[in-house]
Design a protein around this ligand. Structure first.
Ligand code: NAG
Ligand code: NAG
Ligand code: NAG
Length: 251
């Protein structure tokens, strides 16, 4: 029941009382009723004020809920847009990447990959002669004591270095004559062709040496041989004579 209805009922009952009990209405009861009416009016006014405030609060609440909903929608839109952008970005990156790897596939065959990895892991050897040896004509000098053989290009059983990869190589040979017997001529050979000669004069246990830089195809061999010998002269062992080589750059 609303306060207004209550007030109306009270008033009606007052009037009825005043009319029906006219003779018996005293001043006191009338003023008491007046007081009651005033109290009710006050209560009513307070209630009205509270109602207004509640309405205002409700409006405010509704407004802020609307605003919140709008904010949320804006945020949602923003994130959706951002996600879409990122998706596009990564899809493009993936496509680029796929294109790049396709490009790489053909000019980057497995054999070349192997060569490059071999090359980058280092190719080089150094070997010396353990025992003094009498050399015959065109005898290959087998430097039998291996110091280094990275990439396994050097074969200490036959004295050959075989290129594991195509590239630019450097080779060095040093020989020392045994005693004072005679001259010693040695040659660095690449697939049967002289690419360098070293000479030592035997009279003073002389040393001869040579450094060559040469391009080798994969599988080509290089070795050292005694190439000039009328009478079988000796090469000094005990590591005085040695043969070394290394890859400068793979092609
Ligand atoms: C070694 O020296 C001797 C003289 O001391 C000389 O007769 C001989 O020709 C020299 N041999 C060589 C290979 O130079
Ligand atoms: C040759 O080199 C050795 C060291 O490897 C040395 O003992 C010898 O004296 C050298 N010979 C000459 C003629 O310098
Ligand atoms: C008609 C009626 O109810 N009269 C009463 C009025 O009030 C006095 C006392 O206040 C009573 O004695 C009457 O009987």
């Amino acid at each position: 029941m609303s306060p207004i209805t209550i007030l109306q009922l009270v008033c009606m009952s007052m009037v009825t009382t005043m009319v029906t009990c006219d003779s018996n209405v005293t001043k006191e009861t009338f003023s008491s009723l007046q007081q009651q009416v005033q109290a009710l009016q006050t209560a009513l006014l307070r209630q009205n004020a509270e109602n207004q405030q509640l309405k205002a609060e409700h409006r405010e609440l509704m407004d802020s809920m609307k605003r919140l909903a709008i904010d949320k929608q804006e945020q949602k839109d923003h994130f959706e847009k951002r996600i879409e952008e990122l998706k596009e970005h990564f899809e493009k990156r993936l496509e680029d990447h796929a294109a790049e790897s396709n490009e790489l596939k053909d000019p980057w065959p497995k054999t070349l990959q192997k060569r490059v990895s071999d090359a980058t892991s280092g190719i080089g050897f150094s070997a010396s002669l353990s025992t003094t040896t009498a050399l015959g004509d065109h005898q290959i000098i087998v430097f039998d004591t291996v110091v280094t053989n990275d990439g396994n290009g050097y074969d200490s059983r036959h004295g050959h270095f075989t290129a594991p990869v195509t590239g630019l190589y450097a080779f060095s040979v040093t020989v020392m004559c045994y005693g004072s017997e005679s001259y010693l001529h040695v040659a660095i050979i690449k697939d049967s062709q002289q690419i360098g000669v070293a000479f030592a004069n035997g009279n003073n246990s002389d040393n001869g040496s040579k450094l060559v830089v040469v391009t080798l195809q994969e599988g080509q061999s290089v070795w050292v041989e005694h190439y000039y010998d009328p009478s079988g002269y000796k090469i000094q062992g005990s590591a005085y004579s040695s043969f070394s080589g290394f890859l400068i750059q793979a092609y």
